[in-house]
Write a protein of this length. Sequence first.
Length: 382
Amino acid sequence: MKHVKRTLLAVLSLLLSLTSCQAAIPASEGTSTLPSDSETPSEATDPTPWETVTLNVVNHLPSVFLPVGRTYTRNGSLACDFTCTGIRFSAECEGDVSVYIRSTSKAYFTLYVNGKRADQRFSVSNSFEWITLAQDLPKGTYDFEFVKHSQYHMATVELQKVSLTGIFHPAPEQRKLFIEYYGDSIVNGSNIHVGTKTNTENSDGTLAYGWLTAQALNADCNIVGRGGLSLSVESEMDIMNDVFDLCGSSQLQNVPTYDFARIPDVVVVNMGCNDGARATQTTVETFKARVTELIHNIRTKYGDDIRIVWIYGYRRDAKEYWDYIKEVMEQMGGEYGNLYACQVSVCYIPKSEGGDGYHPDVKNAQIMANEVTAYLQNLLKT
């Protein structure tokens, strides 16, 4: 009889242990159409079938999605006006990954998967569209960074939803290093694919020196400006001091002011070319005053100790205006006042060599990025 009791107790214990083991299934916020190619990641071992999960980007900031660059909320979505703006996120997933986007006109994007740039160039027209970022991914853990090529006068973009089959992880952490760039077409990648004129198709901010330098230094960055931007030519649609403190385009209504909460390790400026090219529309005194104003504005937001590096030398026809900039910087303290001048190689492609005579191609932009990277590495050691 004792033997029978022990047997019954063992069976009962086994049944209780089995009923207590239940697998968790990730909750789905919705469904999506599904999404183009990517990398093989670390393998996941969870045999649980995954569901398709769709998350609204704005509703999961910054818990799941980490904004890249200066962004803000517009129409219930993440507004990406400046070049090199977008999102970073991580997930354990398989199959397809897609993003739902609205764009005011055709715009282009770059995707990084586990730190590696995808070969494919993504685009969206002037409508709401699902873009397939990755297709038939093996089950694993992935880090995604999805950023816009295009400048705000070419297209403004709103990222609304991301869909995947699997589990979203908490948002990636900010990188330790942070650089803020203020600039014109050179940092925005205008005509970097060398067309007869600058347009959306042949421009790419993610191949220009600013983004490349940030990538080389493993830094987060803000890129503020647009192609054609000047400091002092008031006849333009805007000048740098109109846009330097905004989260997006100065041409739109109700764009919020940037909070300047995260202090950069260094601020990098490339401005002056367009003032020199339109010298008849400004004066030397006005130009110098605008250089002074921009430096003052940056110091007001980040403090007098902020290091400001002004890039010069990439255009021969702007030498006179570089000299004016260096003159102002010396008057404001020079290197003793944390104001630095970084000379780079002439990098534009002349018309005689198939370029437009103003901008670097991909190869020369990389040379410029290497020179700026080396300069910043040395500066940040001090």
